[in-house]
Design a binder for this molecule. Structure first.
Ligand code: ATP
Length: 511
């Protein structure tokens, strides 16, 4: 607003000055009525306004996008007010909420803690995979503590010109101090807080230094909490992580089966859901999904239901939504040649058969309907959440991944490019077995990334042995079940999909 008034006054001043100039050129008598002081006043006020306008504009550029009052999006997220999100909107993550409630208690009743000589950590760092609810938690924290929520993304402080990022950090903290109690949330903090010795970047170093200085300063202020979020804790500078700064590191991981159920409940609560929808079964089908993906599935299911002119969202809509999120968009009118279709059908059936024989995860569906970049896929989900895998289980995973190519070789006696993604995943597992899990021939030791290059030949030979032997096993399994492979593939060529239940039937003697 202030900017606009200055701008309008400046235009009026410029207009008057131009008229004075024109009148002066034509030496018109009207000028005689103005004294030299009047003219001087008009000129100097105009000059002042021009100067002031450009100064404001410059200052404005020094303010982070999310803090600038001209930025509409920022205004919405950061209208210097309290978000209406509470911990009820955050499903699961109970232990984290408990921890945050303790900090809120300190903000509300700091005397109690001070009398005990306790200092509550006010620099919290959320780290973990994307979409797990870090931003949501920070917002809910601000909502619950009735604090001003100031959102900034680390990348907003990354600038070409030295000093600009640092100035923006100062502005952010000044704003927080003006509106206590306040929560400063810096998303993607690794953009400014990565280790300083990695590269020599003057601007980035200055920005990080300023952040460290501000954090030291605000420690005296009980009503400001700073929360950082990152997907890569390992990249952050030690100075940022030391006690007194971001001293509480909170891992926010992908939800377990119970939390997935809770997250689904949060995201369907305002949607018309058919009684037949089983949330428990949905949460079992979505192992490894992040909260954001689950929210996306609930939304996709609603869109699919609307597309199908339904009044309520049913189980089929949710299944279609899961498939859409896992495998991508269904390709309309795909032009896959029959020969390719046959290869894909055997390839996918190969994965499924090896998976079934080795009892890896539950197969939900096999499909050769192209989606995204994939010409076919096997949709599977584990019976339960697993955190530890044995060497045998990892080898079985590799075998299942290689089952597609093994089927191609067995049936067509040639291999195609269709296995590209499988090979990458299988090689990654084998590499981790050798280098990280101590499951190779080097005994129980892990090989750090920087030493891999010194032993590359030996490591590659170990990876190759694992892959070759797994491929041979997959091939043998398929040879043993070649009749099922051919029947399943033929079914796929005609009907394009096979359900998990039907896969089981192929293995029963009477089918
Ligand atoms: P990134 O690391 O990519 O910034 P993030 O961890 O900050 O991601 P959010 O932006 O908080 O993730 O989450 C994205 C969306 O996912 C939320 O707006 C919400 O709809 C949903 N979501 C994630 N976790 C939860 C949860 N625990 N409860 C309810 N919804 C969740």
């Amino acid at each position: 607003m202030k900017n606009k008034i200055i701008f309008i006054l400046m235009l009026i001043g410029l207009f008057l000055s131009s008229i004075l100039m024109v009148l002066g050129v034509f030496n018109l008598s009207i000028l005689d009525r103005l004294t030299a002081i009047d003219k001087l006043a008009i000129w100097s006020i105009t000059l002042f306004l021009v100067f002031y306008h450009f100064k404001l504009k410059h200052n404005h550029q020094l303010v982070a996008a999310s803090l600038s009052s001209n930025n509409k999006k920022a205004e919405q997220s950061n209208t210097s007010n309290t978000p209406d999100v509470t911990f009820n909107d955050v499903a699961g993550l109970e232990e984290i909420k408990e921890e945050l409630l303790e900090v809120i208690d300190f903000i509300k009743d700091s005397e109690k803690y001070k009398q005990m000589g306790a200092k509550i950590p006010r620099g919290l760092l959320f780290y973990g995979p994307p979409g797990t609810g870090k931003t949501l938690l920070a917002k809910a924290f601000a909502g619950e503590s009735n604090s001003t929520f100031l959102y900034a993304s680390g990348s907003e402080f990354v600038e070409k010109y030295v000093g600009v990022g640092a100035k923006r950090i100062r502005t952010l903290f000044e704003k927080a101090k003006k509106e206590p109690p306040s929560i400063i949330f810096i998303d993607e903090i690794d953009a400014i807080g990565s280790k300083r010795n990695l590269d020599n970047n003057n601007e980035k170093d200055q920005t990080l230094n300023q952040l460290l200085v501000e954090m030291d300063g605000f420690n005296k202020n009980d009503s400001i909490v700073i929360i950082g979020a990152t997907n890569r804790l390992d990249l952050l500078d030690d100075a940022l992580l030391r006690p007194g700064r971001f001293d509480r590191h909170i891992y926010v991981g992908n939800p377990n089966v119970k939390s997935r159920e809770e997250i689904f409940k949060v995201h369907i609560k305002d949607k018309p859901i058919d009684k037949t929808v089983q949330i428990k079964s949905l949460s079992q089908k979505t192992h490894g999904f992040s909260g954001a993906q689950l929210a996306n599935i609930a939304n996709e299911a609603a869109i699919i239901a609307v597309r199908n002119n339904k009044k309520k969202i049913d189980g089929n809509d949710f299944d279609a939504a899961i498939e859409r999120v896992v495998a991508g968009l269904k390709v309309k009118n795909p032009s896959v040649q029959l020969r390719e279709k046959r290869v894909v059908a055997h390839h996918e059936a190969g994965h499924a058969i090896v998976g079934k024989v080795l009892d890896i995860d539950m197969i939900q569906k096999i499909s050769i309907v192209p989606r995204g970049q994939a010409l076919g896929y096997v949709l599977k989900f584990p019976d339960e959440d697993r955190y530890l895998l044995t060497k045998e289980e990892l080898l079985n995973k590799i075998k299942m991944l290689l089952g597609g190519r093994a089927a191609e070789l067995l049936i067509f006696n040639e291999i195609t490019t269709g296995a590209q993604d499988d090979l990458k995943k299988a090689t990654d597992i084998a590499q981790n077995m050798v280098c990280s899990y101590g499951m190779g021939q080097n005994g129980h030791m892990s090989i750090e990334e920087q030493y891999v290059k010194y032993n590359i030949r030996e490591i590659q030979s170990q990876i190759k042995n694992i892959i070759d032997s797994a491929f041979q096993d997959a091939f043998n399994i398929l040879k043993e079940h070649q009749d099922i492979l051919i029947r399943m593939a033929n079914h796929l060529i005609i009907h394009e999909t096979i359900t998990g239940k039907d896969v089981d039937k192929y293995f029963s003697k009477n089918y």
